[in-house]
Design a protein around this ligand. Sequence first.
Ligand SMILES: Nc1nc2c(ncn2[C@@H]2O[C@H](COP(=O)(O)OP(=O)(O)OP(=O)(O)O)[C@@H](O)[C@H]2O)c(=O)[nH]1
Ligand SMILES: [Mg+2]
Length: 294
Amino acid sequence: MEISLFKTLKTGLTKIFANQKIDENTIQDFEDLLLTSDVDLETSELITSKLSNLKFSDTPSLSVIQKLLSEIINEIIFTNSKCINYESNNNPYVILMVGVNGSGKTTTIAKLANRFQQNKKKVLLVAADTFRAAAAEQLNQWSDRIGTEFIRTTDGSDPASIVFESIGFAKNKGIDVIIIDTAGRLQNKSDLMDQLGKINRVLKKHDDEYPHESIISIDATTGQNALKQVEEFNKFTELTGIIMTKFDSNASGGTLVSITNKTKIPILAIGDGEKLDDIKDFDSEKFAKEFVEI
Ligand SMILES: Nc1nc2c(ncn2[C@@H]2O[C@H](COP(=O)(O)OP(=O)(O)OP(=O)(O)O)[C@@H](O)[C@H]2O)c(=O)[nH]1
Ligand SMILES: [Mg+2]
């Protein structure tokens, strides 16, 4: 990750703790700073109360404060820590990708598919977006580039039916990993969310264990609405993980801290660019340091 990440928070920290004092005022200023960095109120209060409970020397240096803060943040975001299992031998290992429009689903799928292929896994990409022909085309192009199998819906048909068929297709072709791309949908559009529930149920008809992963992609530059997205999608397909995208575009970082604290759903990876290898396994300790250290 770039060193310029989370600049607002770091600049603020330097100002607030410059006089090497931790009192009611600095704690209040710090809480305000967390809020402007997209950390929700409850999580901000949790972080500041943990900070106030620590014992300090009279004049703790900024670096000491930062170190303690990074430990506090790590404690919160470490929850259920896990990464994508690129070695999985489930044959097929079924991954469902969901999320709001433009959050980075298709690009992330391409990145994941690429990693699996590098691990000698045979991948099938399934375009279950029946609303936009261009969406299936985008996935098809990635598939050609990476060299995966690809199937799509005929326009206008039920996306759940191609998802159902994909399992038989994968078994016939000896596919190791199926990644299903779904249409972007706003979490408050109930008909579209119901459709997602149907895709999930259709998979379970094949095997209770499917999908092995239900991953939501979240644009890291989204503020507090990101939490709502995770909570709502989780009602229709039980999310096993979150991938945060666009960490290269001015993300404040606080969204990630809030989501992990409130939902306890693990962050699996971070997308930091539009190229195939712009995906990193999530490392909570590294993130926590980068969040507060200069
Ligand atoms: N800078 C940057 N851009 C990204 C990243 N991930 C995705 N994008 C860009 O964000 C835009 C939307 O990405 P898509 O992958 O098409 O998003 P989507 O969720 O599939 O979109 P819909 O299918 O329309 O819902 C594209 O221009 C991507 O190149 C990232 O990590 N960093
Ligand atoms: Mg897409």
